[in-house]
Design a protein around this ligand. Structure first.
Ligand code: SAH
Ligand code: SF4
Ligand code: F3S
Length: 460
C-alpha cells in the first residue's frame, strides 16, 4: 500500500511558514509523505492568516475548490489551521461544513490526534491560550541550509490596528538554552542561516528573567560553531535597546539588516495606533543603529489610510520614508479587523483616497530602493546561494548579508554555499552580479562590502 500523503498551503507571515513546517514534520512522523499537489493528497491543510480582510475571502474560495476534489474523493480530509481558524472556528463550521479538522494557533501538536478523531466526524478544537512554549515539535524544513527558529510566541502589545494579540495570545518566551540547543542541532544538520521569529523579538526574555534578553541570545548564538548568519523578525522600535544594537554590531553572525516596522510617520497617527514611540524616538533608533552598524540595510512596514489619517499625516509618512531612505518597505492599505480598537474608530477613509496615497508611497519607496541598489554596483558581497533563479534557471539566486537578492552565473555552486559576487547592475528589487570567489565561509563581518571598485554602470 502506498503511503498516505499531505499538501499544505500557507498564508501569512514567517511564523505561519514555520508552523506549517512543524505540521509537515508531525505528519511525516505519522508516516505521511508530501504530495505534489492538493489534487492528489489524502490530507489537504490550509494554514491561514487573518491580518487583513482579503485573507478571509481567499480561504473560502480555496475551500470551495478543494470541496470539488473531495466530492470526487470522499476519503480526502480537509484541515484548516492557523490564525483565521483561531478567529473563525464557528464560521468555518457554518460556511464549510465539509471541513474535517479545525485547529488554532495554540494546539498545533494536536493535529495527529484530531486527524484520527475526524474519522468519526468533524474534529474542531480551538484553545484560548497556551501556557508553555511548544518546543519539541518536529519540523520538515523546506530548506537544507536555512531554518526558522521561534524564540517567542504571542504578543503583549496592543497596536490598535492589529489582530495578532487576539489570535496568537500573550507573549511567551522560549528558554535561551532550548533555543541554543536547537540551533546547534540545526547546524549539525547542515543549516548555516537561522531566522529568529517573534512578534516583538526585543522583548524576548522579559517573561523569563524580568528583563529583555535578546542581546544575550545573539551573543550566545555567535558562539555556535558553524553558524554563519542570524536574521530576526521583527524588532519593535519601542523595545529596541542599545544592548541589542551593540550585540548586532559585535556578533559575527548577526546580519547587517534590520526590519524595523514604523507603520506611520505622523506622531498623531502613531499615537492613535498605540505604537508607543514618536517619529523622533524612532529616528533616534535609526541613527543609533546606523552609527553602530554603518552598512546596515533597513526595511520597514507601513500602513496607509489608518482611520483619521489626513493628507498632512500622510505627507509625514512620505517625508519619513525620504528621510530614512529604507532599502525596502512592505506597504499595506489599512484593513479593519474584528477584535481591534481601530475598527471602531471614526474617520475610516474612502478606498480611492487610500489607493491614491498607497500609489504615491510605493512610487517613492521604489525609487529609493532602486537608488540604494544602484549604490551597490561595483561592490563585492558575500552571497549565500539559495538555488536556481526562477526566471532563468541557468543562473543562481542568493542573498547578501544585507538581505539583497542577487542573480548571477555560477552553475556548479550548491544551495547553501557562500561565495563572493561583484554587483554589475541594479534593479528596484534585485541585483545582478558576477561570481568572483567561492566557498568563502567564516568571513562574517569582514565581508561588508568585501571590496568596491565603484565604477559600475548601474544600467537596468
Ligand atoms: N509584530 C510585527 C507585525 C506583525 S503584522 C510588528 O509589530 O512589527 C505585519 C504587518 O502587517 C504590520 O507591521 C503592519 O504593517 C501590517 N498590518 C497589521 N495589521 C494590519 C491591518 N489591520 N491593516 C493593514 N496592515 C496591517
Ligand atoms: Fe501586532 Fe503590534 Fe503585536 Fe506587532 S507589536 S504583532 S503590530 S500588536
Ligand atoms: Fe502571521 Fe497572519 Fe497570524 S501575519 S501571526 S499568520 S494573522
Amino acid at each position: 500500500m502506498s503511503a498516505k500523503t499531505y499538501f499544505i498551503t500557507t498564508y501569512g507571515c514567517q511564523m505561519n511558514e514555520h508552523d506549517s513546517e512543524r505540521m509537515a514534520g508531525m505528519l511525516e512522523a505519522e508516516g505521511y509523505a508530501k504530495a505534489p499537489s492538493p489534487d492528489a493528497a489524502d490530507v489537504v491543510l490550509f494554514n491561514t492568516c487573518c491580518i487583513r480582510e482579503k485573507a478571509d475571502t481567499r480561504l473560502y474560495g480555496n475551500l470551495g475548490h478543494t470541496k470539488a476534489i473531495k466530492d470526487r474523493r470522499p476519503d480526502m480530509r480537509i484541515v484548516v489551521a492557523g490564525c483565521l481558524a483561531q478567529k473563525d472556528k464557528a464560521t468555518i463550521q457554518q460556511r464549510a461544513p465539509y471541513v474535517d479538522v479545525v485547529l488554532g494557533t495554540h494546539n498545533l501538536a494536536s493535529l495527529p490526534r484530531l486527524l484520527d478523531e475526524s474519522l468519526d466526524g468533524p474534529a474542531f478544537e480551538i484553545l484560548e491560550q497556551t501556557e508553555t512554549f511548544p518546543s519539541a515539535l518536529p519540523a520538515r524544513r523546506k530548506s537544507p541550509w536555512h531554518a526558522w527558529v521561534s524564540i517567542s510566541i504571542g504578543c503583549n502589545n496592543s497596536c490598535t490596528f492589529c489582530i495578532v494579540p487576539a489570535v496568537r495570545g500573550k507573549e511567551i518566551s522560549r528558554r535561551l538554552g532550548d533555543i541554543v540547543a536547537e540551533v546547534e542541532s540545526l547546524v549539525a544538520d547542515g543549516v548555516v542561516e537561522v531566522t529568529l521569529l517573534g512578534q516583538n523579538v526585543n522583548s524576548y526574555g522579559r517573561d523569563l528573567d524580568g528583563t529583555p534578553m535578546f542581546s544575550k541570545l545573539l551573543r550566545a548564538l555567535d558562539r555556535v560553531e558553524g553558524l554563519e548568519r542570524v536574521r530576526f523578525t521583527s524588532p519593535h522600535p519601542k523595545d529596541l535597546r542599545a544592548d541589542s544594537v551593540a550585540a548586532m554590531a559585535e556578533c559575527r553572525v548577526a546580519c547587517e539588516h534590520i526590519h524595523l516596522p514604523v507603520q506611520a510617520g505622523s506622531d498623531r497617527v502613531l499615537k492613535l495606533m498605540k505604537r508607543a514611540y514618536s517619529r523622533r524616538s524612532y529616528m533616534d533608533k535609526v541613527h543609533m543603529i546606523r552609527s553602530a552598524v554603518p552598512n546596515i540595510a533597513m526595511t520597514t512596514d507601513i500602513i496607509v489610510g489608518f482611520p483619521g489619517e489626513t493628507e498632512a499625516d500622510f505627507a509625514e509618512t512620505l517625508s519619513l520614508v525620504a528621510e530614512v531612505r529604507y532599502d525596502g518597505a512592505y506597504t499595506f492599505q489599512y484593513s479593519p479587523r474584528p477584535m481591534t480598537e481601530a475598527a471602531t474608530m471614526d474617520g475610516h477613509l474612502p478606498k480611492e483616497v487610500v489607493q491614491e496615497r498607497y500609489e504615491r508611497l510605493t512610487a517613492l519607496q521604489d525609487a529609493i530602493s532602486y537608488e540604494r541598489n544602484l549604490a551597490t554596483v561595483g561592490s563585492t558581497f558575500e552571497v549565500l546561494v539559495e538555488g536556481f533563479s526562477k526566471k532563468d534557471p541557468s543562473r543562481l539566486t542568493g542573498r547578501t548579508r544585507t538581505n539583497k537578492l542577487v542573480h548571477f552565473q555560477g552553475a556548479d555552486l550548491g544551495e547553501g554555499s557562500l561565495c563572493e559576487v561583484t554587483i554589475r547592475s541594479a534593479h528596484p528589487h534585485h541585483l545582478e552580479g558576477r561570481l568572483v570567489g567561492r566557498d568563502t565561509a567564516r568571513r562574517g563581518k569582514m565581508s561588508l562590502p568585501l571590496a568596491s571598485t565603484a565604477s559600475g554602470c548601474g544600467s537596468c
